[in-house]
Design a protein around this ligand. Structure first.
Ligand code: TSJ
Length: 642
């Protein structure tokens, strides 16, 4: 990354590292991928520059527009990228910014720089990967303009008009190059989510997103409360335990720290950490500092107020974080990232900065707000007792194996005979009747069937002792063989395909989601390592002259009807549930490895926190966000074995 230590920036303070050809040759190296993810990343790279300008105190509004041709315009009201000649290159600084790889300045006097954090790239990479890019700089009463095509300069920087000298800013428009990107159509919702997050993390900034493609949509994100409002937003659809959102802010050793938190009456922990506005799914020192401060502050408080007796154990961090929603955001001059994916913050000064800030201000808050403090302590003490009860329940199931047969497996499980997990599959089937058909239909050697009764427990809304007491969940845990949490051992997995088979309707989708949530919360590695699948039952059967076809979507139904002719001899049956198929039909359409469609559930590590957010929204009380999830989840599902 570039480091210009001189504070004052002119046209000169730009380090030059490499040319742009490399970027077009290996785009993945610079933006991670050329899929939809990379496409959207271009926008963030540009917007991050405006956010830097805002963090430096010179800009308060950023306008992002999806134009009708799928080009993107980003405009801010900052100082405008400098247009003076850079003496090293003899070219205007703005031209250098767009044509030289890794060019950039330390933005503003000693301010933090968010751009370049994820892949260390910026405007020149976006330029290299765009069919064309145009920049306008509003400065000193002039409007400067330059155009590039696939990174090549089309005209020298020129003045194309005048403006009010009070008006300054930068406007960039680019069209992603279809030679580079698999898909060049922007998704409004993806940009919306990310820009909203950016606005939460940069309090006071106004980000306007417009979509000019079909019906015009416009949305403004502006949060004077910053991450305080972020927590309120995340707890929407849940029931907060108390009204206030606790907020701590401070600077220690040049690390700027902001933390906001509020508990809800649920049982899961939803804590997200950021460094320079970039999410850190693997946490790091800032998160450690937060956890230490939280655990120590609440234990000290509970003891001093005699909410915990001298003879009682300390509350664990986990107990205090039950139902906690929190954001930890640090801004740091030179972040060091560690771990395999370089997403874990390593700077030790961040640990101390967060720990000090939170300890000090949280202690003060608790003293000032005794009823909130007591509410949190009481919930934590309940969590402690539940955890103890769950441990006993787990020990008990280990010893007594109550619901289990002699072979240690659940009674409802029709196991397969092959003992090599690599050959084996387990179908988790909704309902006893479909379970019955599946047992008849299956290949006994390699396919096991576990029927589940009705709606399964929503693990987001039940405390751990209840979750582990639930018969359906116990049956799955024992059938899979891996154990959960700390006991999890992938080498003990008894089936290399875990296939969820539910009706092809809204209820079925909901049950599938509940099952996925359970697996995701208790055995996330099963999903991460690609062992979990959805079965796809057909929506229609079409019969004509003793021949039969199956359609898995409305489009497919149409194309089959077109092919065989639309006449009175067609019998079309709409399947409402798995139960309407007999065993042979179920085998042929949904279970036969030669003909079935399986969808693999995918989560890559970098998507982790987005998914956490999604699961959280999904499992709240509100119905609307849940439907959104079912649609969004389709994105993590890939077709296989067609
Ligand atoms: F990255 C980019 F070039 F694509 C881009 C940069 C895109 C957009 C939409 C905005 C920006 C940008 C850059 N906005 N504001 C700035 N500010 C500067 O580059 C700037 C201006 C003045 C000074 C100074 O010290 O006088 C320093 C800087 C870094």
């Amino acid at each position: 990354m570039v480091d210009n230590s001189k504070e004052n920036y002119g046209g000169d303070q730009i380090q030059i590292l490499e040319g742009l050809e490399a970027v077009r040759k290996r785009p993945g190296m610079y933006i991670g991928s050329t899929s939809s993810r990379g496409l959207h990343h271009l926008v963030y790279e540009i917007v991050d520059n405006s956010v830097d300008e805002a963090l430096a105190g010179f800009c308060n509004t950023i306008d992002v527009q999806i134009n009708s041709d799928n080009s993107i315009t980003v405009k801010d009201n900052g100082r405008g990228i400098p247009v003076q000649i850079n003496t090293k290159t003899g070219r205007p600084a703005v031209e250098v910014v767009f044509t030289v790889l890794h060019a950039g300045g330390k933005f503003g006097g000693g301010a933090y720089k968010v751009s370049g954090g994820l892949h260390g790239v910026g405007a020149s990479v976006v330029n290299a990967l765009s069919t064309w890019l145009e920049v306008k700089v509003y400065n000193g009463g002039n409007i400067y303009f330059q155009r590039y095509e696939r990174g090549k300069i089309m005209n020298d920087l020129k003045v194309i008009g005048q403006c009010d000298p009070e008006v300054t800013g930068t406007e960039v428009t680019f069209l992603p190059d279809p030679e580079i990107f698999e898909d060049t159509v922007y998704d409004y919702n993806i940009l919306k989510t990310r820009l909203r997050e950016t606005a939460f993390l940069t309090k006071g900034i106004k980000i306007i997103l417009r979509d000019d493609r079909e019906e015009k949509i416009e949305k403004t994100f502006h949060y004077e409360g910053g991450i305080k409002e972020f927590v309120t937003y995340l707890n929407k659809g849940k029931t907060p335990l108390y009204d206030s959102v606790i907020y701590c802010e401070g600077t220690h050793n040049d690390v700027y720290v902001e933390v906001s938190l509020q508990h809800n009456d649920g049982y899961t922990e939803n804590v997200y950490s950021f460094v320079n506005n970039i999410v850190t799914p693997e946490g790091g020192t800032h998160l450690e500092g937060f956890r230490r401060a939280l655990t120590k502050t609440f234990n000290d408080y509970a003891r001093s107020k005699k909410l915990l007796k001298d003879t009682e154990q300390n509350l664990s961090g986990e107990d205090i974080r039950e139902g906690l929603t929190a954001i930890i955001s640090v801004k740091i001059g030179e972040p060091q990232f560690e771990g395999q994916t370089k997403q874990k913050l390593g700077n030790s000064e961040a640990r101390a900065a967060v720990e000090n800030t939170v300890s000090e201000q949280l202690t003060y808050f608790l003293e000032q707000n005794p009823s909130v403090a007591r509410t949190i302590c009481e919930k934590s003490i309940l969590a402690q007792r539940a955890r103890e009860a769950a441990r006993k329940a787990r020990d008990l199931t280990r010893k007594t194996k109550s619901a289990l047969e002699d072979n240690g497996l659940p009674g409802k499980l029709a196991d397969c005979s092959d003992k090599n997990p690599a050959n084996c599959e387990i179908y988790i089937v909704e309902g006893d009747s479909a379970g019955g058909s599946a047992k008849t239909a299956r290949d006994r050697a390699t396919q096991a069937i576990l029927p589940l009764r009705g709606k399964i427990l929503n693990v987001e809304k039940a405390r751990i002792d209840r979750v582990l007491g639930n018969e359906e969940i116990k049956a799955m845990i024992t059938a899979f063989g891996t154990g959960i949490y700390d006991d999890f051992d992938i080498s003990k997995l008894r089936y290399h395909k875990i296939i969820i088979m539910t009706d092809a309707d809204v209820d079925g989708a909901h049950i599938a989601t509940l099952l996925l949530t359970f697996i995701y919360r208790f055995m996330p590695d099963l999903i991460k390592q690609g062992y979990v699948y959805l079965a796809t039952p057909p929506l229609y059967q079409i019969a004509k002259n003793k021949k039969v076809w199956y359609a898995y979507s409305d489009e497919e139904l149409n194309s089959i009807l077109t092919e065989i002719g639309r006449d009175g001899n067609n019998k079309i049956q709409r399947y409402k549930g798995l139960g309407e198929m007999d065993a042979d039909q179920l085998w042929e359409t949904t279970m036969d490895p030669k003909t079935r469609i399986l969808k693999k559930i995918m989560i890559d590590d970098t998507m982790q926190s987005e998914i956490d957010l999604t699961f959280t929204t999904l499992m709240g009380d509100q119905v609307e966000p849940r439907r959104e999830f079912i649609e969004a989840n389709a994105k993590f599902v890939q077709n296989l074995d067609i």
